[in-house]
Design a binder for this molecule. Structure first.
Ligand code: SF4
Length: 121
């Protein structure tokens, strides 16, 4: 039996999860999403990532970015290495793709802000 904190919502339930034959027994969860999270953590933990990339624009030297979907937890640091090497040199809208299919994971790195978009007018 192991214990973990559910990160699906701000309530932060403390979950206990242990093997029961071919399945898992989860307690401490207040909803079904917590059970799914606990089982996923035992079998194939997934994470998302929010960070920043450098830009060439002095008025906005870094741009917030995020992943378009969750990736395996073990791929977070390799993806961070790829993101660290990026410098944005063109204005982008929020949601604009900065890196397509990063590391072949089927997930894009997208702009979480449109800060570099020139003002209208
Ligand atoms: S178990 Fe449900 S209520 Fe509790 S933190 Fe997870 S998602 Fe939120």
């Amino acid at each position: 039996m192991s214990e973990l904190v559910c990160i699906i919502c701000p309530r932060g339930c403390t979950l206990q999860v242990g093997r029961e034959g071919d399945t898992f027994r989860v307690t401490g969860n207040s909803c079904k999403r917590g059970e799914a999270f606990a089982i996923s953590e035992q079998t194939a933990p997934m994470r998302t990532l929010c960070t920043t990339v450098r830009t060439v624009f002095p008025e906005a030297p870094v741009l917030p970015v995020r992943l378009s979907a969750e990736i395996p937890k073990g791929q977070i640091f390799p993806v961070m290495e790829v993101i660290r090497a990026v410098t944005v040199d063109q204005p982008v809208d929020m949601g604009g793709v900065i890196l397509k299919n990063v590391l072949g994971l089927g997930v894009d790195v997208v702009a979480a802000s449109g800060l570099l978009r020139p003002a209208d007018g």
